[in-house]
Design a protein. Structure first.
Length: 197
């Protein structure tokens, strides 16, 4: 069932190492950030997942400046308001806990599960982590496997299996290449924060 449109989300893009990053805000705060999508897909997510009418803007608000500072290594903490309109109660609990992980620190999916519910919820926490609508600012990239591997899930595919099977091959099907790109983004962000893998 489609979500009823209630508000407008102003969105913009900033260039970065992996192409364009799309960020959307409402009058209340940031509602969506995507590092691995197209303009058209981003607008569709805003409409279908967040119930917002997308409106592109060339003006870069404060959250955009903070992201640019973060990517330049000049910012460690984001000072933004949120207007997250998607997610279950459990997912929102996970995303709230993610915001408590300090810059340059990683925890395992199991540790995150213990903070949210209990260790038996590691897969559910991994799934919630993969559905985070405002990655980077809500730092899902700081959650890794307990053995130190990047691991995790994106689009329902276990990243560790992709990495083992494809190495650095960029000539992959679109679903696998998107997951591989996600893995590269996660590794880049952790390296930016000084995390040794």
């Amino acid at each position: 069932m489609p979500v009823a449109m209630s508000d407008t989300a102003r969105y913009f893009s900033i260039p970065w190492k992996f192409g364009k990053m799309f960020i959307a805000t409402t009058d209340k705060g940031i509602c969506r950030l995507s590092t691995n999508t197209t303009r058209r897909e981003f607008e569709k997510e805003l409409k279908e997942l967040d119930g917002l009418e997308p409106a592109e803007t060339k003006q870069i608000p404060e959250v955009g400046r903070q992201l640019e500072e973060y990517l330049a290594g000049e910012r460690k903490i984001f000072d933004v308001e949120f207007d997250i309109r998607t997610g279950t109660g459990f997912q929102k609990k996970v995303w709230h806990q993610l915001r408590k992980i300090p810059y340059g620190v990683t925890i395992s999916y199991q540790e995150l599960a213990n903070l949210v519910a209990d260790a038996g919820y590691s897969r559910a926490v991994g799934s919630a982590n993969g559905k985070n609508p405002v990655g980077i600012i809500v730092p899902c990239h700081r959650v890794i496997r307990k053995n130190g591997g990047l691991g995790g899930y994106a689009g329902g595919i276990e990243i560790e299996k992709i990495r083992q099977n494809v190495g650095d091959n960029s000539n992959l099907g679109s679903r696998y290449s998107n997951v591989y790109k996600f893995l590269c983004i996660k590794k880049f962000l952790l390296k930016l924060e000084g995390v040794e893998l």
